[in-house]
Design a protein around this ligand. Structure first.
Ligand code: C2E
Ligand code: MG
Ligand code: MG
Ligand code: MG
Length: 286
């Protein structure tokens, strides 16, 4: 095999040099086929409201049933999809399916907010807000039952444009959260400008709460206080141990997600879970 080097110059392709590129192209090709064939699936992970002790939302997490491989987690393909631009189509599919699911749960008597992760590439498209509005309208879903999870990258790249877009999304009733908070670059000045409803404390801070540690607790306490001071709720992600949950409660965290409560699950399992908790919910609201 040969590789082009400038005009009319060819040299031998070195095996291994582009093996990674080749694998990424194959992944991209396979993802495109799978998108056509319906081999992607959304799993949902419940988010729990700590004070009301009930499921307050479900986060849609993408899964790929890759032929010949099995179930593939986003860590192994989202990066490639972002690189090739396929994330735009994939993201539209995710949004459509998640909104349809929220509508199906609403129709079944389970008004459940669904949270959707949004990539920067998707958010930066001029048509993004319109796509969200169209999707809500197509499925007849009230905007408040959709939450978009954004990352700090989205906010810092073009803060003015981001602000305009977030305001337009908020005007649709859509709620906005900042995912993986603490791992990015957002400054306080930025944060206070944006109409964000929630901060999701990154799992790395939660992991540190498994043992008593004044420094880590002080960091989480500061994030919680700052979020609250800016009028936001604070969500902890990746809670695996009772000790972490106990500390998060004490530090004033509002919601949590994590294996301690539930793993991301296929729709049928989430629905069964929601149905099982209905009598309990009715009781607690009476
Ligand atoms: P994220 O949005 O921060 O999602 C949380 C990740 O933590 C999920 O991984 C979830 O399964 C995992 N998780 C939840 N609870 C626990 C826990 O207690 N312990 C541990 N160790 N992990 C926990 P997942 O599903 O592999 O997704 C990874 C990332 O991929 C997501 O991070 C998100 O950034 C991205 N992603 C997933 N679905 C989509 C999507 O539809 N669109 C886009 N753009 N990105 C997505
Ligand atoms: Mg997320
Ligand atoms: Mg996160
Ligand atoms: Mg994360």
């Amino acid at each position: 095999q040969v590789k082009e080097r400038g005009k009319g110059h060819w040299r031998f392709y070195e095996p291994g040099m582009n093996a990674d590129l080749l694998a990424r192209l194959q992944t991209d090709h396979a993802m495109r086929q799978s998108l056509q064939r319906g081999e992607f699936e959304l799993f949902y992970q419940p988010r729990v409201d700590l004070r009301r002790a009930r499921v307050s939302a479900c986060e849609a997490l993408l899964r790929w049933h890759r032929p010949g491989t099995g179930l593939v987690l986003p860590g192994a393909f989202i990066g490639v999809a972002e690189e090739t631009g396929l994330i735009v189509q994939l993201g539209q599919w995710v949004l459509d399916r998640a909104v349809a699911q929220a509508r199906a749960w609403l129709d079944a008597g389970h008004p459940m907010q669904v949270a959707v992760n949004v990539s920067a590439l998707q958010f930066e498209r001029p048509t993004f807000v319109q796509e969200v509005a169209d999707t809500l309208q197509r499925h007849g879903l009230p905007g408040r039952l959709l939450e978009l999870e954004l990352t700090e990258t989205i906010l810092v790249r073009d803060a003015n444009e981001a602000l305009t877009r977030l305001q337009a999304l908020a005007a649709l009733g859509v709620e906005l959260s900042l995912d993986d908070f603490g791992t990015g670059y957002s400054s306080l000045t930025y944060l206070r400008r944006f109409p964000l409803h929630r901060l999701k404390i990154d799992r790395s801070f939660v992991v540190a709460l498994d043992e008593p540690n004044p420094t880590d607790e002080a960091i989480v306490a500061a994030i919680v206080r700052m979020g609250h001071a800016l009028g936001m709720q604070v969500v902890a992600e990746g809670v695996e141990q009772p000790a972490q949950l106990e500390r998060l409660c004490r530090l004033g965290c509002d919601h949590f997600q994590g294996f301690l409560y539930a793993q991301p699950m296929p729709v049928a399992d989430v629905t069964a879970h929601l149905e099982a908790t209905v009598p309990w919910r009715a009781e607690s609201s009476a």
